[in-house]
Design a protein around this ligand. Structure first.
Ligand code: UDP
Ligand code: MG
Length: 346
């Protein structure tokens, strides 16, 4: 079920962050006329892409005549490439084909780097992000918001496991972290050029975009929406892939898991000290009969498990550091067909 534009407006009173309709910030110049870059990551989207890009272009045309669509083919193995090539002369496209599947975060980074508009829209190719919201995003941008993002208002359609996982993830992510990642906010966003430049300036290779958007800050507004069903094909994010994305988010944005183990270690040491003291007292008072083998065996097993787990968590962080120090590019472009009308003005 999709939330219509009107319903979306009706929702705004409760779901907006901060003030909904601020006066334009004092002394700030009004925005320049819109020149929009739409970034569309596409992985095996041959069935959706042609219809989607045409509809996107039609919708954006009602906002501005100056726009480009940056399509990033993230190593698709279906006919996505042919579909986009066929549209090159019909739509104002900048087509980038990555050399293999680098993942959505990398595909978005590629699109952001190559975008040239004074505002950038990130949108999925599968019709899940309602195009009806674009005029509202545009309006909020004009009002002075630098980033307008869609927040999933209803996850009814998702499986119980996915919802539980999402809930746990945001809890963990936002506990003890000074940068709060807004829960249920996805990659459907409208960003001002200054946000885009800030994102481009972040050097990390592990690009957990939801964290990076939150980290850069700026004036943001949230728009609740209910994602539509995927038009065709299936989601590339199964539970395993979502799990590894969650792990990336947590290890890139919080060191809480490391601290937890220090705390557990401290707690266990205290208990061990107290127990040691008790054994000494017991031996002095009652002698020292040979006792406690089961306790010993059980505690050795428990603490070896605890140690292995904590080493594993350290390993996750070291793995991230290893990825960063290798300094490999985030993505490689194999094919770049640039028919963007914003080309000359960049
Ligand atoms: N996508 C991508 N690279 C990937 C996986 C997905 O560029 O490795 C794109 C995909 O084509 C779509 C968007 O990212 O435009 C969202 O993907 P999907 O619909 O599979 O995920 P979900 O909507 O279930 O989060
Ligand atoms: Mg989708």
């Amino acid at each position: 079920m999709a939330l219509t534009h009107a319903a979306c407006r009706a929702n705004r009173g409760t779901d907006f962050h901060g003030e909904y309709e601020p006066a334009a910030p004092a002394g700030e110049l009004p925005r320049a006329p819109l020149r929009l870059s739409c970034v569309v990551p596409a992985y095996n989207e041959q069935a959706n892409l042609a219809d989607f890009l045409r509809l996107l272009a039609q919708t954006v045309r009602s906002l501005t005549s100056e726009f480009e669509i940056v399509v990033v083919n993230d190593g698709s193995s279906d006919g996505t490439h042919e579909v986009v090539m066929g549209l090159l002369h019909e739509l104002p496209l900048h087509y980038l084909a990555l050399s293999r599947n680098f993942g959505k975060e990398a595909a978005l980074s590629a699109g952001i780097v190559h975008s040239r508009g004074n505002a950038v829209l990130l949108i999925d190719a599968d019709f899940q992000h309602p195009l009806e919201m674009l005029p509202e995003m545009h309006r909020l941008w004009q009002l002075g918001y630098d980033m307008v993002y869609g927040v999933i208002a209803d996850r009814e359609a998702e499986s119980g496991a996915k919802r539980l996982g999402t809930e746990l993830f945001y809890r963990l992510m936002n506990s003890g972290n000074s940068v709060k990642v807004p829960p249920h906010a996805g990659d459907f966003r409208w960003m001002d050029r200054k946000v885009v430049e800030a994102l481009k300036a972040l050097p990390e290779r592990n690009r957990f975009m939801k964290g990076l958007y939150a980290w850069v800050g700026y004036k943001t507004a949230a728009l609740p929406f209910v994602p539509r069903d995927r038009a065709a094909g299936i989601s590339s994010f199964n539970l395993r892939r979502l799990g590894s994305l969650a792990l990336l988010g947590i290890t890139s944005f919080t060191t809480l898991p490391l601290r937890v183990w220090s705390m557990i270690g401290g707690g266990i040491s205290l208990i061990a000290l107290a127990y040691g003291a008790w054994i000494a007292v017991e031996a002095l008072l009652f002698g020292n009969p040979l006792q406690g083998w089961p306790t010993l065996a059980a505690s050795i097993m428990l603490f070896s498990g605890v140690q292995l787990m904590s080493i594993g968590i350290l390993g996750e962080y070291i793995g991230r550091i290893y990825d960063e120090v290798k300094q490999r590019p985030i993505y490689l472009v194999a094919h770049d067909a640039d028919r963007s009308p914003l080309r000359d003005e960049a």
